[in-house]
Design a protein around this ligand. Structure first.
Ligand code: HEM
Length: 490
């Protein structure tokens, strides 16, 4: 009897040590139970809970969610150091990133030489197509004119930010990827944008299965109903077929001496590919294109929408912006990149909107490729590293009166724009920093100047535009659906 009791106690101790007790050396935080991790019994939002954990444990802590050890970093310095390290450069092998491929393809979810080669290729191609350069400006101006036309139609009415904002941004990517753009009323484009929305909405459910992978044992028909897998697969297939069609059109008209766009660039590189460990295929190219649309379209159009909301909510800032635009571009021309230095208040508004809207509040997940010592703790292999970007953007260590919308914080005493980097990471930081940052910046710069040169945007009479993010979207800060009031300027 005594032997059984002792064995029983030993078993409990072993189980506790092996599964329940947080291993020594890990950062402080929430550990919870095997398989499920720590499930909080609170109605608080995830972001508020992270702020509580930050207060309790400091700038680095963990939260085991399902089977995944999540590490959260709340200081800019830590994010900068972590994401410069090779060990933290990978993406997790979640189906959210791999899209169910055995080896993740494309650029946003891939790793190792696949990622390295595709990142270098994409950056070079986007630059060749005009990212950050004057040759793309006329293409963006065309979209800005289209947007002005649509806003003019809604002048004097209370309506939502026009769908034309989405079209403008999507068209700039199409232009660089495939040398084509769509008309604002084109049904094919509408279908494409709706498909992106569907994919965005349902991908979140896919991520739940990544965090609780044992849920995959549930029979398929139940899983499909719970996690909308059919919808995601259906959207994925439609995207692939769509891109394959465009790639085939490019293949048949390819002139090796005259590459027209990113697709041509890839097809030419495919012919000369000699690196065995790197996949060069139609599927890789299609996933790379998908990555650009997903990473680059809703982010940019949401920033533009947030800018309209903030400037409607802060009319004094809007007035100052319009004064600057009128002074610098008196003929009503759209700005070029050379005008940037002469429009410091516009730059300041863009930066303040990016800080306050914090579109990607927890950054995009990275994964530790081996046990690593970081900030005095052990970060086990497989841990998921998250930057608490939204919290850093409101941290008084970096920002004076962080809750206030103050474009002036970005200006020197003599009114010049100062690029402040400490505590500012809307595009991430380190080796995987957003590769479309300068494209996004030039689009936002031109579109905002175009809109506020021609219109005043205000809250609908009797109400106030709500600048806080839509609470229905847990992973990203997206603007709420609401009306604005547009007045055409004389
Ligand atoms: C305001 C607009 C944008 C914001 C706020 C934004 C933000 C981000 C963030 C936070 C990341 C993750 C960085 C990391 O993993 O540490 C990222 C990655 C990425 N972004 Fe952007 N982005 C924007 C626009 C764009 C545009 C216009 C493009 C291209 C068309 C683009 C392409 C990408 C790609 C391909 C990645 C993955 C990079 C990699 O994994 O190596 N983004 N972006």
């Amino acid at each position: 009897m005594i032997t059984e009791v002792i064995l029983g106690i030993l078993l409990v101790i072993l189980l506790w040590k092996a599964c329940l007790k947080k291993p020594a050396g890990l950062p402080p935080g929430r550990w919870g139970l095997p398989l499920v991790g720590y499930i909080p019994l609170t109605s608080k939002s995830m972001e508020d809970q992270l702020l509580d954990l930050n207060k309790e444990h400091g700038d680095i802590y963990i939260w085991r969610m399902g089977t995944q050890v999540m590490v959260f970093l709340h200081s800019y310095e830590m994010c900068k150091e972590a994401f410069a390290r090779q060990e933290f450069t990978h993406r997790p092998d979640w189906s959210f990133f791999t899209l169910n491929e055995k080896v993740a393809l494309g650029v946003g979810g891939s790793n190792g030489s696949q990622w390295h080669t595709n990142r270098r290729f994409t950056l070079r191609q986007l630059k060749d197509q005009g990212m950050g350069k004057s040759i793309l400006v006329s293409g963006i101006h065309e979209q800005a004119e289209m947007l002005i036309g649509k806003l003019r139609e809604q002048a004097g009415k209370c309506e939502a930010v026009p769908y034309a904002v989405r079209v403008a941004v999507v068209n700039v990517i199409w232009h660089m990827v495939a040398g084509m753009t769509y008309g604002v009323d084109d049904p094919k484009l509408k279908e494409f944008v709706e498909l992106m929305d569907e994919f965005n909405e349902y991908s979140f459910y896919n991520a739940i299965l990544d965090v609780f992978p044992w849920l995959k044992i549930i029979p398929d028909f139940i899983k499909n109903r719970l996690f909308f897998l059919d919808k995601i697969n259906n959207a994925d297939t439609k995207f692939m077929n769509y891109f394959y069609e465009v790639i085939e059109e490019h293949r048949t008209s390819l002139d090796p001496d005259n590459p027209r766009d990113l697709i041509d660039g890839y097809l030419l590189e495919m012919e000369g590919a000699d690196q065995e460990e790197v996949v060069r295929s139609k599927k890789d190219l299609a996933i790379l294109i998908l990555d650009l649309f997903f990473a680059g379209s809703e982010t940019t159009s949401s920033t533009l929408t947030f800018a309209m909301y903030y400037l409607a909510a802060f009319p004094e800032a809007q007035r100052k912006l319009q004064e600057e635009i009128d002074r610098v571009l008196p003929g009503g021309d759209l700005p070029t990149l050379e005008d940037r230095a002469r429009l410091p208040y516009l730059e300041a508004v863009i930066h303040e909107v990016l800080r306050m809207s914090s579109l990607v509040p927890g950054g995009v997940q990275h994964c530790a490729t081996r046990d690593t010592q970081f900030a005095g703790y052990t970060i086990p292999k497989g841990s998921i590293i998250n930057s608490a970007a939204a919290s850093i953007h409101f941290d008084p260590r970096y920002w004076d009166q962080p809750e206030k919308f103050l474009p002036e914080r970005w200006l020197s005493e003599d009114g010049k724009f100062c690029t402040k980097r400490e505590g500012f990471l809307p595009f991430g930081v380190g080796k995987r920093v957003c590769l479309g940052e300068s494209l996004a910046r030039m689009e936002i710069f031109i579109f905002i100047a175009a809109v506020f040169r021609n219109f005043t945007i205000s809250s609908p009479p009797g109400s106030l535009v709500d600048v806080t993010p839509n609470p229905d979207q847990p992973m990203f800060h997206i603007p709420r659906k609401q009306d604005i009031y547009v007045t055409e300027r004389k």
